[in-house]
Design a protein around this ligand. Structure first.
Ligand code: FRU
Length: 566
C-alpha cells in the first residue's frame, strides 16, 4: 500500500513495459484519482468477477480512510459493491486506484447513491439460501461476535464487501429478533493500522467491569485479531450500531500465528476468560487461556495443546463454554473446541482446562467450519452458528458463502462418554407454512412412495424409524439421496458417509432442504451432517423407500417452509 501512495505522489503515468521484438507491448498504465464531494450514503463501485485486482484508496482531509483491493470493472460490471461514505458528507473525497489502463472507463461509472439495492433481485436470487443468512454482497466466512444485546441477536461475520472471494476482511453486521430473519446493517469494523479484521467474539459487560458502559448502558465489547499486528484488539458499542476501537492491542502477539479471541465470563473466579489460538514451534496448535478482571488487561493462564501440522485439532477459532450434562445443573462440564469442530470435554478452574475426553467429533458433514456460540443468550441456551462453505460463487450471484441454521448445543451422557448434541433452534418452527403428516407405517421394499404427493422447495422432514429387516432406508430429498445403511449404521449423502448409531433400535432424523444443500441431524442430535450441494430448483419431489426388507416408520412429518427473507 505504501508503494501505491508514493507512486501517486510522484508519478501519474507509468509505462509498465517496453515493447520488444515479438513481445506484445504491455498496456500503458496509469494511477488514477477522482475527486468528488460526499453527498449520499454510498459510493457504488463496479465489480467484474475475475478481473485483475486493483488497489483502491479513499482519502479525506489528507488521511487515507479506506483501502482495499477489488476486481474493478472496466465497462460492463457484474455487480456493484457499496462503500458507506456517509461519515464524510460535504467533504472533499479523493478516490485513488492503482495501475488502470490509460483509457480505462472504470471510474466513469462510479456513482453515489442513497439506495442500497441490487436491481430488485436481492434475497431471491437462484443460489441465495432461503433458510440461511448470507451477505447482500461479497464474501463471508466465519461468524463473529455472536451476542445478544439490547433485544437483538447480533451476527457479525468475516466479510469482503468488494468481492466474491476471500480478502479485505471486515466485520459485516446483521441483526435479528428471532435468529431467523436477519437485517444486514453494514460494516461494523473496517481494516485499520492493526491490519484486516480477523475473527473473534463479543460479550455484554453487564457489570461495566471495563468502564466502557455509558449512562448506565452496558457496553457490548468485541475482540478481534488485527491481522497485521497479529494482536488481539478490542472494540465496543453502547448502542449496537456505532463502534469504537481502543487504539492499542489488549493482547500483543504471543507467538507466530495467533488469532481468533473468544471471551467468556467465569462466575466462580469473577473473571473474564479469553481463549485464543496460538501456533507454537513446529506447527503445534495450542489454545492459550488468558484471564482479565476488566476486559482490557489480560494475563496468560493455562495452555491446551492440540494437533500438529495437518492434525487440525484445536486449530484456529477456539470456542469455550460450560454446559450441564443431560440438563443437570449439578453436573456441568466445559467444552473446548476450535474451527473444525473436534472438541474436548473437561473441567476448568478459572486458569487451567483439564480435558477428560479429547478429539471428539459431532459434526461430520461437508464444509462446516469456524462455528461460534452466542454470549448472553436470553433463554440460557448455547446456540451455535457456523460458516457453511456453499457453492454460491456462480450464476451471476453478488455474494458467496453462507451461515448455517442456528443450532442448540447440549451435553448428554452416552455409553461411550459425555457427548455434544446439536438440534435446530425451536425458532425454526415458525417457518412452517404447510404440514404433511403421515401415519405410522410399514415400509416394504418396492412399495409405492408414500411421499409422492408432496411438492416442496424449502423442506423440513422429521422422522423416526426402526429399520426392521430393511438393509437400507433412503430419503430422496429433491433428487439428493440420504441413505441409511442399517448394518453399518451409517448415513451417506452425496459421497459423504458418517456414523449414525441407532438409539434404542431407532433412528430419528431431521432434514432441512434449502437451495444450497441439506442439513441433517441424526441419532438424536449426536450427528450433525450439513452437506453443501446446489439443488435443482425444478425438482420438488420427496421419496422414502426401503431395500432388502421392511422398515417401520414410527412417525413422519414433512413441512413446507417459507423463506427467512420474506
Ligand atoms: C478461519 C479463519 C480465521 C481467521 C479468519 C480470516 O476461517 O482463517 O482463523 O480469523 O478465517 O478470515
Amino acid at each position: 500500500m505504501k508503494k501505491l501512495i508514493t507512486a501517486f505522489l510522484f508519478a501519474s503515468i507509468v509505462t509498465a513495459g517496453q515493447a520488444q521484438d515479438n513481445v506484445a507491448p504491455k498496456p500503458r498504465l496509469e494511477n488514477f484519482a477522482k475527486y468528488f464531494t460526499g453527498e449520499k450514503k454510498w459510493l457504488v463501485l463496479p465489480v467484474k468477477n475475475g478481473a485483475a485486482k486493483k488497489n483502491i484508496e479513499l482519502w479525506v482531509n489528507g488521511e487515507m480512510v479506506r483501502w482495499f483491493d477489488m476486481e474493478l470493472a472496466d465497462g460492463n460490471p457484474d455487480w456493484y459493491a457499496y462503500l458507506d461514505i456517509s461519515a464524510w458528507k460535504g467533504k472533499k473525497i479523493e478516490l485513488r486506484a492503482e495501475a488502470l489502463s490509460v483509457d480505462s472507463k472504470a471510474f466513469s461509472t462510479i456513482e453515489q447513491s442513497d439506495e442500497d439495492t441490487n436491481a430488485g433481485e436481492l434475497y431471491h436470487e437462484k443460489l441465495r439460501g432461503q433458510l440461511h443468512f448470507s451477505p447482500k454482497r461479497g464474501w463471508t466466512n466465519d461468524p463473529n461476535g455472536l451476542v445478544y444485546y439490547n433485544g437483538e441477536y447480533h451476527l457479525f461475520f468475516q466479510h469482503n464487501p468488494y468481492g466474491r472471494g476471500w480478502g479485505n476482511m471486515h466485520w459485516g453486521h446483521a441483526v435479528s429478533k428471532d435468529l431467523l430473519h436477519w437485517k444486514e446493517i453494514g460494516e461494523a469494523l473496517y481494516p485499520d493500522k492493526f491490519g484486516p479484521m480477523f475473527s473473534g467474539g463479543a460479550v455484554v459487560d453487564a457489570n461495566n467491569t471495563s468502564g466502557l458502559g455509558e449512562n448506565g448502558k452496558p457496553a457490548m465489547v468485541m475482540f478481534y485479531t488485527g491481522a497485521k499486528a497479529w494482536a488481539q484488539c478490542l472494540a465496543w458499542t453502547t448502542d449496537g450500531r456505532a463502534f469504537h476501537k481502543l487504539d492499542h492491542a489488549v493482547v500483543p502477539r504471543i507467538n507466530k500465528d495467533n488469532r481468533d479471541p473468544k471471551v467468556v465470563w467465569h462466575e466462580p473466579s469473577k473473571k473474564w476468560v479469553m481463549v485464543v489460538w496460538v501456533e507454537r514451534d513446529n506447527a503445534q496448535n495450542s489454545i492459550q487461556i488468558l484471564t482479565s478482571p476488566d476486559l482490557k488487561n489480560w494475563k496468560e493462564a493455562g495452555v491446551v495443546y492440540g494437533g500438529k501440522g495437518d492434525d487440525r485439532y484445536l486449530f484456529e477459532c477456539p470456542e469455550f463454554y460450560e454446559l450441564p450434562v443431560d440438563g443437570n445443573t449439578k453436573e456441568k462440564k466445559w467444552v473446548l473446541t476450535a474451527a473444525n469442530g473436534e472438541y474436548a470435554v473437561g473441567t476448568f478452574d478459572g486458569e487451567k482446562f483439564t480435558p477428560e475426553e479429547e478429539k471428539l467429533f459431532n459434526q461430520r458433514g461437508r464444509d462446516y467450519y469456524a462455528s461460534q456460540t452466542y454470549s448472553n443468550e436470553p433463554k440460557g441456551r448455547r446456540v451455535e452458528i457456523g460458516w457453511w462453505r456453499t457453492n454460491t460463487d456462480k450464476d451471476g450471484m453478488t455474494f458467496n458463502q453462507s451461515q448455517s441454521i442456528p443450532t442448540e448445543l447440549k451435553l448428554t451422557r452416552t455409553k461411550e462418554g459425555i457427548r455434544l448434541t446439536r438440534t435446530p433452534v425451536e425458532e425454526m418452527n415458525a417457518l412452517r407454512v404447510k404440514t404433511y403428516p403421515f401415519s405410522k407405517m410399514k415400509l416394504k421394499a418396492g412399495a409405492a412412495n408414500p411421499l409422492a404427493k408432496v411438492n416442496v422447495e424449502l423442506a423440513e422432514i422429521r422422522v423416526e424409524f426402526e429399520p426392521g429387516s430393511a438393509k437400507e432406508v433412503t430419503f430422496n430429498v429433491r433428487g439428493v439421496p440420504v441413505v441409511y445403511n442399517v448394518a453399518k449404521q451409517e448415513l451417506t449423502i452425496d459421497g459423504v458417509t458418517s456414523p449414525a448409531p441407532l438409539q434404542n433400535g431407532k433412528q430419528s432424523m431431521i432434514i432441512y432442504a434449502d437451495r444450497i444443500g441439506l442439513e441433517v441431524y441424526a441419532s438424536n442430535g449426536l450427528l450433525f451432517m450439513p452437506v453443501n450441494i446446489n439443488i435443482t430448483a425444478e425438482n420438488r419431489t420427496l421419496a422414502v423407500s426401503a431395500t432388502g426388507g421392511t422398515a417401520n416408520i414410527n412417525n413422519l412429518t414433512v413441512y413446507e417452509l417459507k423463506s427467512i427473507w420474506e
